[in-house]
Ligand binder design. Structure first.
Ligand SMILES: [Cu+2]
Length: 275
């Protein structure tokens, strides 16, 4: 009996250690998802070990020993009951954990600290900071967009697509969400770890889908405020093209979202080379 209890304890401890290899989340929601992975792995480990052990035992116990036909047997009502009862119990135990985590991940704060409209389009991202009046975008195939957010503050994302189906995915957030044209999606996350995390579109959306990346930067609130100020100042100090129309020059270039009137949009450098 002691051996069995010891074996079960070792099994659970091993499963717990293995789940330590799973990626930790960098937001409160991601950490909740990580904890759910750990719970599921711990609960699934005895099932996996039990099924595999029973399978191997059957292979050895009923291996072919002679040329006589193998004994045949039909199932019983009792076996059928066990067959359905065990999965039902497993699902019933796992279900509340999943529902609890799902409810937390999908919860939307009434008063988030930062609201970002994330626009996906072939093959780029644009992040509009609704309350700061700021747009951050990348340059398709050249420079990924940057989403800078303050740590330990609630970030609300209003996700939408302008053309085909895309998907917002930051592996470190352990989270992905579709961007469907005409059907915006909303979600919150509260980053808890400073750092720079890669993000990407996770829905095949055309030729340069693989290049549709972005960067999530989690910074201290003071750095975030400074970044907002510097971006605003840069946007206000725009130098529009000057010089003869035949040789336009541009001392400042900023990509702007499609369909929005740019304050100043230069398509040509001082050398007449298109950028
Ligand atoms: Cu894509």
């Amino acid at each position: 009996m002691r051996r069995r209890v010891g074996g079960a304890a070792a099994l659970l401890a091993g499963a717990g250690l293995l789940t330590g290899c799973a990626q930790q989340g960098v937001s409160t929601q991601a950490q909740d998802i990580h904890d759910l992975y750990v719970r599921i792995a711990i609960l699934a480990a005895p099932v996996f070990i039990g099924v595999e052990a029973y399978l191997l035992w059957c292979v050895v116990r009923y291996r072919k020993r002679d040329d006589l036909p193998a004994p045949q047997g039909a199932g019983s009502g009792r076996m059928l009951g066990i067959f359905f009862a065990i999965p039902t119990v497993i699902i019933a135990v796992l279900f509340p954990f999943g529902e609890q985590t799902l409810g937390y991940v999908q919860h939307i704060e009434k008063h988030p600290d930062v609201v970002i409209n994330a626009d996906a389009f072939q093959w780029e991202w644009t992040f509009t900071y609704a309350n700061e009046g700021l747009v951050s975008s990348g340059k398709t195939l050249v420079k990924p967009a940057v989403m800078e957010v303050p740590v330990n503050q609630t970030i609300h994302i209003h996700l939408q697509s302008r053309d085909v189906v895309h998907e917002f995915y930051v592996p470190a957030l352990l989270f992905m969400r579709n961007a469907i044209p005409g059907y915006p999606n909303d979600f919150d996350f509260t980053p808890t770890k400073l750092g720079t995390y890669p993000g990407q579109c996770a829905e095949f959306c055309g030729l340069w889908h693989s290049k549709m990346t972005f960067v999530l930067k989690v910074v201290p609130p003071t750095d975030y405020a400074a970044w907002i100020q510097s971006e605003k100042a840069a946007a206000l100090n725009v130098s529009c093209p000057v010089g003869p129309p035949s040789v336009p020059r541009c001392s400042w270039w900023r990509r702007t979202p499609r369909g929005t009137p740019p304050a100043c949009r230069c398509r040509t450098t001082s050398r007449g080379r298109r950028r």
